[in-house]
Design a protein around this ligand. Structure first.
Ligand code: NAD
Length: 387
């Protein structure tokens, strides 16, 4: 059974779906692998490394599609490649399912499409397939480095004979996977960190990393709601958003660096920083808006651009931070994919864990809680529930 790798055909995307190491793992599982020439180049994986790992190199993406049973990609296939799909082919990627306008076309082609973002994250056997976490963790780290680069003062406190340098004040809004890594990284660089999230359970995590929790008042009813969602984001009331804006306003008027990470899966990102607050921030302060690709948490964010406000505050619309760490992000993404792909086949391994290619059999099962959650098209149907 052949697995194909297509180049990420998106401007500024450096990641690749499978790395040479992932190819070795898949070969051991009994798969053959074919990769579009140059697909790994931006992540520093040359064709020769794939060949050495046992992959074939294809001249172009159409050749990969023509030969593969399973096609892996970072984001999505182009309309032209979808047109080349034949019934029963499988596509796996981060397909942005709720905004993907191509699902009907995939379904009409009879392809089974798995959108990795839809993984049931609380399921422990799914954790090694969690692409949102693997990419957000790296992005949270890199966001702090981006901020440090843009900021015209240092992060740590220095006592020098020319005077004392105060530590930077960093505020993190949204403390999921990316936010927690941002706190840890900013602390390592010597900053003073404050953080907030609408999940009250995040307070303990913030404090365990040495950050100060910014508390937004919550009604008893909302506290109940927050608890009943098991720690996942709940929909806040208008009153909560107003109270949050007051807390954010106060914290940001003192801040040097702000990193916003708040996302709502399948929806527009919540607006957490308003123009009135930006006007109170210090000149030279820097905001990294990690939700830029879904509309931004900060008023005035432009994806992939740095906007400087009239008062000298810089808003970095960081739409694709994982791609800035393309090699490492690809390693982790590829591991997530290999772990998922290995659940799609029924295999008999020998004592050394190697599977003969002839023993591989596809085992698609929409009743399986992982496959069923990820499959957005199967057997001619779009299976994605509306949000
Ligand atoms: P995310 O990227 O969807 O959002 C980032 C953060 O923004 C979340 O913590 C969310 O609560 C917060 N947020 C959303 N709207 C907000 C608003 N209006 N105001 C303030 N904050 C807001 O989230 P994520 O990082 O992918 O993960 C979310 C949660 O899921 C975290 O608790 C994470 O630890 C948890 N998680 C659990 C598992 C697991 O159980 N195995 C795996 C991954 C993540």
């Amino acid at each position: 059974m052949k697995i194909g790798v297509i180049s990420a055909d998106v401007a500024g995307e450096g990641r690749v779906a499978l790395t040479p190491d992932a190819v070795k793992k898949l070969r051991k599982l009994g798969f053959e692998v074919i990769i579009e020439s140059g697909a790994g180049q931006a992540a520093y994986y040359a064709d020769e490394l794939y060949q050495a790992a046992g992959a074939d190199i294809a001249n172009n993406s159409a050749e990969v599609v023509a030969q593969s049973q399973i096609i892996t990609v970072v984001h999505d296939l182009s309309a032209d490649l979808i047109d080349r799909l034949t019934e029963g082919q499988i596509v796996i990627g981060m397909l942005d399912p709720y905004r993907n306008a191509q699902l009907d076309t995939y379904a009409a082609k009879g392809a089974t499409v798995f959108a990795m973002e839809l993984l049931p994250r609380t399921l422990s056997r799914a954790q090694n397939m969690d692409v949102l976490s693997s990419q957000a963790n790296l992005a949270g780290y890199k966001a702090v480095l981006l901020a440090a680069n843009e900021y015209s003062r240092p992060f740590p406190m220095f006592m020098t004979s020319a005077g004392t340098v105060k530590p930077a004040k960093v505020v993190i809004l949204g403390v999921g996977v990316a936010g927690l890594q941002a706190i840890a990284t900013a602390k390592r660089l010597g900053a003073v960190v404050e953080a907030s999230d609408l999940r009250p359970s995040a307070k303990e995590q913030v404090e365990s990393l040495g950050g100060k929790w910014l508390d937004v008042p919550m009604s008893d009813e909302e506290a109940e709601k927050a608890k009943s969602t098991g720690g996942y984001a709940w929909t806040p009331s208008e009153q909560y958003m107003k109270d949050q804006a007051v807390v954010v306003d106060k914290a940001l008027s003192q801040a040097d660096i702000v990193i916003t990470t708040a996302q709502i899966p399948g929806r527009q990102a919540p607006r957490l920083v308003h123009k009135a607050t930006l006007e109170k921030m210090k000149a030279g302060s820097v905001l990294i808006d990690m939700a830029a690709s879904t509309g931004g948490n900060v008023e005035g964010t432009v994806a992939d651009e740095i906007v400087t406000t009239d008062s000298g505050v810089r808003i970095v619309g960081a739409a694709n931070i994982p791609s800035m760490l393309a090699a490492q992000s690809s390693d982790l993404y590829a591991n997530n994919l290999v772990n998922f792909i290995s659940t799609l086949v029924a295999t008999e391994a020998d004592v050394e864990g190697t599977v003969a290619a002839s023993e591989l059999a596809l085992n698609l099962d929409m009743d399986d809680e992982i496959q069923g959650a990820l499959a957005v098209t199967h057997e001619g149907q779009v299976r994605l529930a509306k949000r």
